[in-house]
Design a binder for this molecule. Structure first.
Ligand SMILES: CC(=O)SCCNC(=O)CCNC(=O)[C@H](O)C(C)(C)COP(=O)(O)OP(=O)(O)OC[C@H]1O[C@@H](n2cnc3c(N)ncnc32)[C@H](O)[C@@H]1OP(=O)(O)O
Ligand SMILES: O=C([O-])CC(=O)C(=O)O
Length: 463
């Protein structure tokens, strides 16, 4: 009776765009929901420009310029803000708050990257039905064109999976709706719409691209990839396509992993790169491909591969039951050799990363993970490394970041090829970075072009 009343009250089926035939049975599509907030976001941008345009957000010191611009408030990023002590908040909500309110899959408990995507794009928590509609919409977009398949299949197996990912995502710009509309004379006020279309296409296809790379590099090649099941979410299909479709725990960790890694405000290398390249009105594919190249650096996303490599090296050298003193010894070894401890430290955070906490909590909630010696070693490191790093005295933050835990969970479920881990990070980061890019276009941000100075000019200025 209730269901029938609800169905009767629903507006007619809507489509997200002319290009897609997915019906948003829940009512307004994602695009229509964003369109509703466009006037208020533009109004806010106008107010900020006119009323606060001449206010100062802080002083720029020479140490900032010489120190990677740390701490300078120099860009707008609306979907998330990072606090040094609390960690990330998405539109004001902490990770535990998001875990409470963002819908999970019908067959799972972890928040879905799709519900996080809706939230990041709109600032509104999606209903169960809206999440289902977005899942269906993305599923329709997730097939990759034959030319892109050919390109991916032509890569040598020895090419790092991230390099393959960077190249494949750039090549997808062949079908960019933004680039096509721009060259046909699209008005500035319309930019956000095709940016959104490209972003949703890219997000959906990135999972299929990632699975294809995995099959080519580690399995029997593309011809053996299971077909996409368009009734399922992106993480389920990704897991299924790389051979983990029957592992519920793996599917759930992939969902949580993808939801957690989406966004970390604007200053990190991958988010900032998307924003910077996008500011030249390069389309979302080119912008995000550049971001992936940054994510592939060992001080950023590649640290998750490096962190697991380090944990396994301790296990190989000493065994899973290493004592705290033995772990300490390994930490000093790496520090004394002049290397960084991967998975520890952060440019902004000054407390343990709440994403690390969420992943550790997942492990502790799942008995088979909690009993895994590799996961237990991660836990031991967490207890020992902050003290060692503090004694070492260099890093401003001796605590773990997200990369300290993520690899051990993937490894536990059998995804042992850690050179692939950053690709999974990349499927997730697209969701946050591209949500922010849509917002850049909504408020009409200009090309990014800060002023640089030479060292000689600094000496000249202050001598
Ligand atoms: C998803 C992410 O991207 S999270 C970050 C992932 N990266 C890592 O885990 C790699 C290890 N960590 C690091 O290299 C750093 O902590 C970074 C890159 C994350 C942050 O860098 P910064 O903001 O420059 O850190 P900070 O100001 O604390 O650095 C001061 C010094 O401590 C050192 N330091 C920082 N972290 C570590 C660490 N984990 N191990 C050893 N030394 C460290 C720095 O190398 C630097 O040394 P230097 O003066 O000789 O150059
Ligand atoms: O914020 C940063 O600089 C790095 C990071 O943790 C992320 O991008 O997820």
């Amino acid at each position: 009776m209730l269901l029938a009343a609800r169905a009767a009250a629903r507006p007619a089926f809507r489509t997200l765009s002319q290009a897609h035939s997915v019906r948003y049975a829940s009512g307004k599509s994602l695009s229509e929901t964003i369109a509703e907030i466009v006037p208020e976001r533009q109004e806010l941008a106008k107010k900020i420009r006119t009323e606060y345009g001449q206010k100062s957000l802080g002083e720029i010191k020479v140490e900032n310029v010489m120190g990677g611009m740390r701490g300078l408030k120099v860009m707008i990023w609306d979907p998330s803000v990072l606090d040094a002590n609390e960690g990330i908040r998405f539109w004001g909500k902490s990770i535990p708050e998001c875990q409470k309110v963002l819908p999970a899959a019908k067959d799972g408990e972890e928040m879905l990257p799709e519900s996080m995507l809706w939230f990041l794009m709109t600032g509104k928590v999606p209903s169960r039905e809206q999440t289902d509609d977005l899942i269906a919409d993305l599923a329709e977009r997730s097939t990759i064109p034959a030319y892109a398949e050919k390109i991916i299949d032509s890569f040598p197996k020895t090419l790092h999976p991230m390099t393959q990912f960077v190249s494949a995502v750039a090549a997808l710009n062949h079908d960019s709706k933004f680039a096509k509309a721009y060259s046909a004379g699209m008005k500035k006020s319309e930019y956000w719409k095709t940016t959104l279309e490209d972003s949703l296409d890219l997000i959906a296809k990135s999972f299929t691209v990632a699975a294809r790379i995995y099959n080519n590099v580690y399995l029997d090649g593309a011809s053996k990839i299971p077909a996409l099941d368009k009734s399922r979410d992106l993480s389920w299909n990704f897991a299924n396509q790389i051979g983990f479709g029957d592992k519920k725990g793996f599917i759930e960790i992939i969902r949580l992993y993808n939801a957690l890694h989406t966004d970390h405000e604007g200053g990190n290398v991958s988010a900032h790169t998307t924003h910077l390249v996008g500011s030249a009105l390069s389309d979302p594919y080119l912008s995000y491909s550049a971001a992936l190249a940054g994510l592939a650096g060992p001080l950023h996303g590649l640290a998750n591969q490096e962190a697991l490599k380090f944990v396994l090296s301790i296990k190989d050298a000493i065994g899973g039951d290493a004592t705290h003193d033995q772990v300490k010894e390994q930490l000093w070894k790496i520090l004394n050799s002049g290397r960084v401890v991967p998975g520890y430290g952060h440019a902004v955070l000054r407390k343990p990363d709440p994403r690390f906490d969420a992943l550790r909590d997942f492990g502790n909630r799942n008995k088979d993970v909690a009993e895994d010696p590799v996961f237990q070693l991660v836990d031991k490191l967490f207890k020992v490394a902050p003290g060692v790093l503090t004694e070492h005295g260099k890093t401003k933050n001796p605590f773990p970041n997200v990369d300290a835990a993520s690899g051990s969970l993937l490894y536990h479920y059998g995804l042992t090829q850690f050179e692939f881990y950053t690709v999974t990070f990349g499927t997730s980061r697209a969701i946050g970075a591209l949500s922010a890019l849509v917002h850049d276009r909504i408020i009409g941000l200009p090309i990014e072009r800060p002023k640089s100075v030479s060292m000689e000019s600094i000496v000249q200025m202050f001598k």
